[in-house]
Design a protein around this ligand. Structure first.
Ligand SMILES: [Zn+2]
Length: 284
């Protein structure tokens, strides 16, 4: 068991670091937004703070939750428990079902994080980044990761997931999450083509808009069709008119490491910035 857990951890780490390096190079040569003109130190500090959060989250899941998910998945398999086991699917359909059902859970969990004020306190750590780039994919509060990791236990059991399916899903999902947070722009035809199936950089940029009706849209993580299916899909006619972050978390003290860790404790109401100019508005 420990060998398998080790392999799973390695697969995810190697993939995450490789994709991170490739996207940092892409962002350096052709950035979508110019955030750090002549200030590479500021870019480094911004990225490191986000990566510190991501490393702590990886440590928490690695030390506590992977073993718990493993035990749950093992129990579901030996007891023949969970939807995918009850349906007696062939192994390929079991994998496809695992990807689709777990990604659907991720969609609803993300939606809940925007809807429930207690969950938003944690999730706003991710949204407060005004300079969204590939490192923002790591910028999640430890509390949010703790809650989502705990909830995964019954989800794994109820769906009858196998741990290697979850590991494969996590690797694919985090690759797409890094790609759609990156400060890059894909050619229009490519973004349009890819977003039929997966969440693209153009689609997810709208989710990080300061304008709440846009923040509360495009919740999908890996597959993009959940937003179309549940009526939350939205695009901006010109993505270059988007502004990222949260107006109530603009002050520099919110973006220090202490500021990021204490974001959930702050009694700050969500402010809704002005509607974008008429010609900049969203389209569906
Ligand atoms: Zn969100």
């Amino acid at each position: 068991m420990s060998g398998t857990l080790h392999d799973i951890g390695q697969l995810r780490s190697i993939s995450a670091v490789t994709v991170l390096v490739l996207l940092v190079v892409w962002e350096s040569s052709a950035p979508f937004a110019v955030y750090f003109v002549g200030n590479s130190g500021e870019r480094l500090r911004h990225g490191l703070k986000n990566l510190v959060l991501g490393s702590l989250n990886a440590l928490l899941t690695g030390i506590v939750f992977v073993a718990l998910w493993w035990a749950t998945a093992e129990w579901a398999q030996t007891q023949n428990f969970g939807l995918l086991n009850w349906l007696s699917f062939p192994s390929w359909a079991h994998v496809v079902g695992a990807f689709l059902l777990f990604d659907a859970w991720m969609y609803f969990w993300h939606r809940l994080n925007h809807r429930v004020p207690f969950l938003w306190r944690f999730h706003r750590t991710h949204h407060s980044d005004p300079r969204m780039d590939v490192t923002t994919a790591n910028r999640f509060h430890l509390g949010e990761i703790f809650l989502s990791s705990i909830l995964r236990v019954p989800v794994i059991a109820l769906l009858g997931l196998e741990l290697w399916e979850l590991a494969l899903y996590e690797t694919a999902m985090f690759t797409v999450v890094q790609l759609h947070h990156a400060n890059i722009a894909l050619p229009g035809w490519l973004d349009r083509g890819l977003r039929v199936l997966i969440v693209t950089t153009f689609m997810h940029k709208v989710h990080h808009s300061r304008w709440q009706p846009e923040t509360d849209s495009n919740y999908s993580s890996l597959f993009s069709f959940w937003d179309r299916l549940f009526g939350t899909f939205q695009l901006r006619a010109d993505p270059r008119t988007l502004e990222f972050g949260l107006e109530e978390f603009d002050r520099p003290e919110h973006h220090t490491l202490i500021g990021l860790f204490t974001t959930p404790l702050k009694q700050i109401r969500r402010t809704i910035p002005q509607r974008p100019r008429q010609d900049d508005q969203s389209m569906r």
